[in-house]
Design a protein. Structure first.
Lengths: 137, 137
């Protein structure tokens, strides 16, 4: 196992998968800087992402690879893959079209905690597509 | 337990902590949009963040609350807390000064995977402070 300072200071890519073999990956719109979603990758998903150029995740619920947009058409073209200091998290800078979240919004982060409360959310975005028309139920 | 559609469509804040009682939180610079770091919160850290207005995480290695910047002075003032569709991840929009990463960079994501390789990183940022002067070793 690589030493902590090597992982932090060197230029060898040694992603640190957790005990389940997963690493979190944040998809960020390369143009707007908006955080679109967070999902997980196993080694196979990361390799598929690197070699195909399109974001591929590992679905923890379905226990299977999941090429983002395979069903909806809303693919994420990967422009850059960043890794953090201890190499246990990735940021993917991606080019996308409209509608990245399956609920119908551009980003999964479409609600914010309201001021002076710890219980109540408010919408901070509007839907950009109708998911009922995109996903066959 | 709340139904999936309620969690996604409603305005009740019901953060979904994992089996270890943790939820990932992404700190994003409110001005530049840069993703600064990713850490974890337990319920207590989230409450401390909401009520103090400054990002407080749970250190998985030290098993203790960790107010970001307590030692270094590089506090994160929380301007907005966003939650994703299934409420198992947070984005904190934060105001910060220079030097958020303990290695010396503004962001923990200071390296990117080089083109046409799956092994080699390159630096995409320069250090903004000397951590040896900030942290007593």
């Amino acid at each position: 196992m690589a030493a902590k300072t090597d992982i932090e200071e060197n230029l060898e890519f040694v992603p640190q998968f957790d005990e389940d073999g997963l690493i979190p990956a944040i998809a960020q719109d390369v143009r707007s800087g908006q955080v679109l979603m967070v999902a997980y990758m196993n080694r196979e998903a990361l390799d598929a992402t690197i070699h195909s150029g399109y974001a591929t995740y590992f679905s923890r619920s379905r226990k299977a690879l999941w090429k983002k947009g395979q069903e909806s058409g809303h693919l994420q073209k990967v422009e850059q893959i960043l890794v953090d200091c201890d190499q246990d998290c990735l940021v993917l800078k991606v080019s996308v079209d409209a509608g990245q979240c399956h609920v119908g919004y551009q980003s999964c982060f479409y609600r914010a905690l309201s001021k002076n409360t710890d219980k109540k959310l408010e919408f901070v975005a509007e839907k950009v597509y109708d998911p009922r028309k995109t996903y066959r139920r």
